[in-house]
Design a protein around this ligand. Sequence first.
Ligand code: PGA
Length: 249
Amino acid sequence: MRKPIIAGNWKMYKSVKESVDFAKQLNEKLKGIVDREIVIAPTFLAASSVIDALRFSNIRVATQDAHWENEGAYTSGISPAFLKELGVKFAILGHSEKRQYDNETDERVNRKLKNVLRNDLKAIVCVGETLQERESGKTENIIESQVKGCFEGIGLGDLSNIVIAYEPVWAIGTGKNATPEQANEVHAFIRGLIAKKYNAEAAGNIRLQYGGSVKPENIKQLMAQPDIDGALVGGASLKIDSFEALVKF
Ligand code: PGA
């Protein structure tokens, strides 16, 4: 059985103080929920304070990136070893905004993924096609090459620490979400890629999140799809009532 995983990506929203206040409120609302995993990804700056505010909580803290090295001359780099020391549990890697604005590549995501896993953190690896790629019928090619690139050299034993988020770029922050069927079709395709590269059991166990304009109004239908195991949510994760509703879908 794949445990549902609902994650809020706060992007560059919420100051440290706002993040801590928000996390405390969420903690009250989401207390005692154990049948699904709850993850929030505040700004790096707030990771430490949010973790302090969430001691003994069922809410786990993620960061929105992590470096491929643990230390070195990498100005502005965020070491997964340092994140581990803070109590961070997950790193989101390969988000389309990183790909778009920071020239993130599959090769770099792959190196980051390996280092995140070496540090006993879990990863949410994001893949997804642009509108142009979808309209020209290239969705599967793009997803296949992203999964291939990001998972190069990743062993079977690491898969239980990885979640794949399918986030069609055209659906992120646009209000245009993929239909549950469209999303599920790509999820099933990704599961097939994992089956081919690893085996059927691994494909059956890996958790796949959908992301892109997920809201309280559409999460139920998305989660009802057989290959959708969770959601990676941006905009709708920034309000208490809305994130509470998403987690309690
Ligand atoms: P959105 O963002 O929910 O605002 O579309 C999703 C994401 O970027 O992970």
